[in-house]
Design a protein. Structure first.
Length: 247
């Protein structure tokens, strides 16, 4: 049985002071005994978030990382920096980073490998645009993202990874994929993982759905056989996140 994993993606919201306030509110509402819970906070909030979550089972995640160890990369954060601050998970290749910051399957792949090398868990994102869905190329497109992102990664490491399927048209739009649409693509992701790494790896890797997950639709989505939890944006900044986690 795969343990469910629910991650909040705060995106570029909350100053360090606001982050601590939100954590203090949410940590009393979130039951992290049955599911894994992660708050993926802005880089500047990581240190206060780790401090505020001491004594709980809630983990802290980052939203990005660079794939070099150190050096002349102005503005970037290295994997060792994140690790030392207490980061356990790193979102990689979110569609907003692909769209606004030129993230590609190649850079996603380099980051996935670096994060694993530093003992953290990648949450690797994939997902199609509305145009691709309407053209009927969703599965093909997502398969390419998975193959590119996981190229050369060891199967044993893939087992411990998280993959987040987030249709771009469902992110922040209030338009959730239907349970069947989400299941279809999450199932196809497990199939491609199985083709590359074998059944055992495919059975263990956790696959999240993301895109307008809320307190009302979470339970039905997470009941689908290939959906092991969610990556939650907007609703992770409110008390509603507690409802999602305690679905
Ligand atoms: P949303 O964002 O829940 O606000 O749609 C999801 C995400 O981008 O991870």
């Amino acid at each position: 049985m795969r343990k469910k994993i629910i991650a909040g993606n705060w995106k570029m919201n909350k100053t360090p002071k606001e982050a601590v306030e939100l954590i203090n509110m949410l940590k009393t509402q979130v039951d992290s005994n049955i599911v894994d819970v992660i708050f993926c906070v802005p880089a500047i909030d990581i240190i206060p978030a780790v401090e505020a979550l001491k004594g709980t089972k809630i983990a802290v995640g980052a939203q990005n990382v660079y794939f070099e160890e150190s050096g002349a990369y102005t503005g970037e954060t290295s994997p060792a920096m994140l690790k030392e601050c207490g980061v356990e998970y790193v979102i990689i290749g979110h569609s907003e980073r692909r769209q606004y910051f030129a993230e590609t399957n190649e850079t996603v792949n380099k980051k996935v490998k670096k994060v694993i090398e530093h003992g953290m868990t990648p949450i690797m994102c994939c997902g199609e645009t509305l145009e691709q869905r309407e053209l009927g190329v969703t599965i093909e497109f997502v398969r390419t993202q998975i193959k590119g992102g996981l190229a050369g990664v060891d199967g044993e490491d893939v087992k411990r990874m998280v993959i987040a399927y987030e249709p771009i048209w469902a992110i922040g739009t209030g338009k959730t994929a239907t349970n069947d649409q989400a299941q279809e693509v999450c199932g196809a992701i497990r199939t491609v993982v199985s083709e590359i790494f074998g059944k055992e790896v495919a059975n263990e890797v956790r696959i999240q759905y993301g895109g307008s997950v809320n307190g009302k639709n979470a339970a039905e989505l997470f009941a689908k056989p290939d959906i092991d939890g969610g990556l939650v944006g907007g609703a992770s900044l409110k008390a509603e996140f507690g409802e999602i986690v305690n679905y």
